[in-house]
Design a protein around this ligand. Structure first.
Ligand code: GLC
Length: 750
């Protein structure tokens, strides 16, 4: 049936991404929809994981992974499934992806509707499931660059490899706002600031969708997923509507405005309502308020979980009815074949109107249309068209460098006693130790090669670990490696320190942090740094060998007990395949660090405060983070002085307030300075935050130079969600702060 339509359509479409006018698209979708049966529609709303169409004897898919013709027929021809996701456990070569997706799309032509399958993947820091792919830092590190142009470029590059693998839909970006370091997906976010998350999220969406090889982005996990009371994945969140709109909604609103194609729903519950059953969030806000017209897909198995976990539905059919009426378009089922059958039953029973399915199928067909599936049949491009990775690596490597955040640099330089210890000088021996010193997996984090990112088998050969890059940069003959795994004990520590002496070892670089995890596998009872890692630092410090800490991990772990023992401390986040070299280039001084923390680093495991905390949280030293949001050092410090509001002491509603500061580079190297303006509402009808991120700008200040820089603060951005849950900007006095410089102006009522 579709062949005729595709023939009609193909006549009007030139390349893999459709650019025909909307009317032609609507006409095409209407014509396809008019040919679909109830079973076709239910099938289009079904997404299954790749395992479901692969040869699988036991628990795991048979190696080498290969399609099972019978399963393919049942899933595609009988059940008419419209979407397939994921890999069946691990990464594949581009050629293997082409074999699998080509086989799926071939079989899809035998669907009664003939509609191609929409394939989705989690390529969250580059093509994470395509072996050899260019892997950039995870989002938390990308945020630390404060460089939206770079993030957009990264996303464009990632889209090239993902699409070249045959995949047009990427379950990225994460737009959750990270407010609690216990939460195991902290590292998958752009940090704690709704403003920074918004800017980075929009940049990533545009990079995925508007680059040379566009793919569909997916905003996740809408919304309120990142603030569970317990800090544990998929546990209840209490987020009143006002906070939901103040903190968690803005990134999604902006990304919808930016044209995001799809949204994935939060698996958790907010205020006792599972979001997958919450029509207020999924329809009233997302559709009616934000005007989102794209595809809403569930997260993993979340319709079944409405009765299996959340207990708000009596059975599977109840759960389906609830979720569809809340606003779900596609179910990531993903491991049962009941969903489409029960969905069709519900329509026949009159519990769901077929017109409701038509709404969802339109949205699904729209994504398939926009991704050119009706033109290409969803077939992968030619393997010869796979992008030249050398052209992509520079951006990933640059992102790793720009993410590096130097949080402490004291002690004594090996050659210039009046200088701090970094960059490492001299020629003395360097001890490299710690559990993340020799692991590429530690540098990449979860969703890399495998779901948990822990299997070195799928790492790209030749991509160095931290110690390998240290050898490359400092010279192998200077580096002594004392390798430790995560479970090292006192005997291992004793072995490390036994031979240490300042006469023989110039300094120790201790690689602290975590091994990869994601989702519930990363749940913790405390975010205190592992005791053995603290003991290691103490023991090395006791030998009088200077200690440089490098933290490789996706959430801050508190280390206040040993922080004074560290001469320097570098946050490397999860910097990706080029992160080892970035670390070594910063430690050697080959790169002047410019990263700025996108979150507040707690001093104690129980303190989950953020930069936009309230005044009552400052009392009695309540807000005393180890390192503040936006902090980061460079090797050539830039002094900020003379903050001035150029537009005067007052401004009218709707005006733009322009501030100016003087930047003086007091060192001998050019520095990239991120100038951050915080606004401070003096009096408001809702308790104002101590600081709100109002504007930021990156400026290169040459060595020894003094320059002035201006930034604009739009008064419309000085508002908040008021008592009626509506956004409001109130007149009154506002402070503006850059570093330790303050100025004030009055916002005049209209
Ligand atoms: C997971 C994650 C989600 C991911 C999806 C598909 O459960 O919550 O982020 O995109 O399943 O892999």
């Amino acid at each position: 049936m579709l062949a005729g339509l595709m023939g009609f359509f193909a006549a009007g479409c030139s390349d893999a991404t459709n650019t025909a006018p909307e009317s032609s698209k609507d006409a095409f979708i209407d014509s396809v929809l008019s040919t679909l049966t109830l079973e076709d529609k239910a099938g289009e709303m079904t997404q299954l994981t790749l395992d479901m169409v692969c040869v699988k004897e036991g628990m795991n898919v048979d190696e080498p992974h290969r399609l099972d013709p019978e399963k393919l027929k049942h899933v595609l021809v009988d059940l008419r499934v419209g979407s397939i996701l994921n890999c069946a456990g691990h990464a594949y070569t581009p050629e293997k992806w082409h074999e699998l997706i080509g086989g799926i799309q071939d079989k899809a032509t035998e669907k009664p509707s003939g509609i191609p399958v929409l394939y989705g993947i989690d390529a969250i820091h580059g093509p994470t499931y395509t072996t050899g792919g260019v892997l950039a830092p995870q989002q938390l590190g990308l945020a630390a660059t404060w460089d939206t142009a770079l993030v957009r470029k990264f996303a464009e590059n990632a889209a090239q490899e993902v699409l070249a693998s045959g995949i047009p839909w990427n379950f990225s970006p994460v737009l959750d706002v990270a407010r609690d370091a216990r939460w195991p997906r902290f590292w998958e976010t752009f940090g704690e600031s709704p403003r920074l998350v918004t800017d980075m999220g929009v940049a990533m969406v545009k990079g995925y969708q508007e680059g040379p090889s566009p793919i569909a982005a997916c905003l996740k996990h809408y919304m309120g997923y990142s603030r569970p009371l317990s800090g544990k994945d998929r546990t209840p969140a209490w987020i009143p509507e006002r906070q939901l709109r103040e903190i968690f909604l803005p990134p999604f609103a902006a990304a919808v405005e930016a044209g995001a194609a799809t949204v994935m729903v939060n698996s958790g519950e907010t205020n006792g309502i599972p979001v997958h059953a919450d029509r207020h969030i999924l329809t009233d806000i997302l559709r009616d308020e934000l005007g989102f017209e794209g595809l809403v897909v569930t997260d993993w198995e979340d319709i079944r979980y409405l009765f299996k976990r959340h207990k708000v539905a009596a059975d599977y059919k109840d759960a389906i009815e609830m979720a569809i009426h809340a606003g779900i378009d596609m179910s990531m089922v993903p491991t049962d074949t009941l969903f489409p059958v029960l969905l069709a039953e519900l329509v026949r029973e009159g519990r769901i109107a077929e017109s409701r399915l038509d709404e969802s199928v339109r949205r699904i067909l729209s994504v398939k249309y926009d991704r050119g599936l009706f033109d290409t049949g969803g077939m992968p491009p030619s393997i010869e068209d796979y992008p030249d990775k050398a052209s992509l690596e520079g951006t990933a490597a640059r992102a790793a460098l720009e993410s590096m955040t130097l949080l402490k640099n004291e002690g004594q330089h090996a050659v210039y006693p009046d200088q701090p210890i970094l960059p490492i000088g001299g020629t003395g021996r360097i001890l490299v130790t710690g559990p993340t010193a020799n692991s590429l997996n530690a540098l990449n984090g979860g969703w890399t090669g495998t779901w948990q990112g822990r299997n070195p088998k799928y790492n790209t050969p030749g991509r160095p670990t931290a110690v390998e890059s240290m050898r490359e940069v400092f010279g192998a003959d200077r580096i002594d490696l004392a390798e430790l795994d995560m479970e090292f004990g006192q005997a291992d520590i004793d072995a490390v320190t036994r031979s240490l002496h300042p006469r023989t070892t110039q300094c120790a670089v201790v690689f602290l942090g975590e091994m990869p995890y994601t989702e519930f596998k990363g749940n913790v009872e405390t975010i205190e740094l592992f005791q053995n890692q603290q003991d290691l630092v103490k023991a090395i410090h006791a030998t009088d060998v200077p200690v440089i800490g490098v933290y490789v991990g996706g959430r801050p772990r508190t280390h206040s007990a040993i922080e004074p023992l560290l001469d320097a401390f570098l946050m490397a986040y999860l910097p990706g395949d080029y992160g080892a070299r970035a670390i070594a280039d910063v430690l050697s001084g080959d790169f002047n660090p410019s990263g700025r923390l996108p979150f507040t680093w707690p001093r104690h495991p129980s303190s989950h405060l953020t930069h936009d905390c309230k005044h009552t949280e400052l009392n009695e030293g309540g807000f005393n983070p180890q390192y503040t949001f936006g902090s980061g050092l460079s090797y050539s410090p830039v002094q900020t002085t003379n903050l001035e509001i150029l537009t005067g002491e007052s401004a009218n509603m709707g005006d733009t307030v322009t501030v100016e500061v003087t930047l003086q580079n007091t060192g001998d190297r050019s520095t990239t300075e991120t100038v951050i303006v915080y606004s401070q509402d003096r009096v408001a009808s809702i308790t104002p935050s101590v600081d709100e991120l109002a504007a930021y700008k990156q400026v290169v200040v040459p060595a020894g130079a003094t320059s002035k820089v201006t930034l604009d603060v739009h008064t419309h951005n000085l508002g908040f969600i008021g008592r009626n849950n509506m956004y409001i900007v109130e007149p009154g006095y506002f402070g503006l702060r850059i570093q330790d410089q303050f100025a004030e102006f009055e916002l005049i009522a209209p």
